[in-house]
Design a protein around this ligand. Sequence first.
Ligand SMILES: [Ca+2]
Length: 243
Amino acid sequence: MKTKLFAICLLLFATSGIATISAQSRANTRNTNPKGTPSIPEISPSTIGKPFDFSPAAIKKFDKENDDGMYSDIYDILGGGCSFYCGCEIGEQKASSTLKAQGKFNYKAGNAHDLSLETTWAEGVEGDGIGEWIEYKLPATNPRITQIVIANGYVRTKKAWTENSRVEALEVSVNGKKHSMLYLKDVYALQYFDVPTIGYNDREHLDGKAPIVIRFKICSVYPGTKYKDTCISDIFFDGIDVH
Ligand SMILES: [Ca+2]
């Protein structure tokens, strides 16, 4: 009897060992591609905002309710209240290409980080702009970013949004190192992505540290109905270290 019990125990021990090794093996391979280099987190939005409404009626209603002037207009993303941008810098933006200005509208890189839904960056190459990028340079002292918020496409009007291309997959790199792949929804609203922290964790020794350079590269798009220009109206952040 004792021998039989011992054999059962041995068997249980052995199989649990196999299970442990197998789980360990899965854990190790989950984040590696076939070449063995670490892959990056693939992230979908955790939250989608309310659909935009910039109709004349909505603008009239907004202006009436905004009688204290907290927001500069209906396109103003944050208004004058406290936010992550009490500490977060706008920094400098540059892009691999930019669509040339048409009439009173321009599509420069800085439009993607001016906290206004009225303005947009549009890439300026032939086709849908796969591989084109926009880059933000922020000082090392910038508070740490834990969330990326995106107004995908040219959201100033629903018509402009439909006619121009939107981003489907956006690769994020930080200081030249791949950070994450964001999978955007094709929605006329803000999209919130919870991301691994961007910025220096050692807040005591920031002097002399390299600036934080965040690059967003277009990897695939939702095609516009009229134009092959991919637009991003705004990419902005939320995070920690502020207040
Ligand atoms: Ca903008």
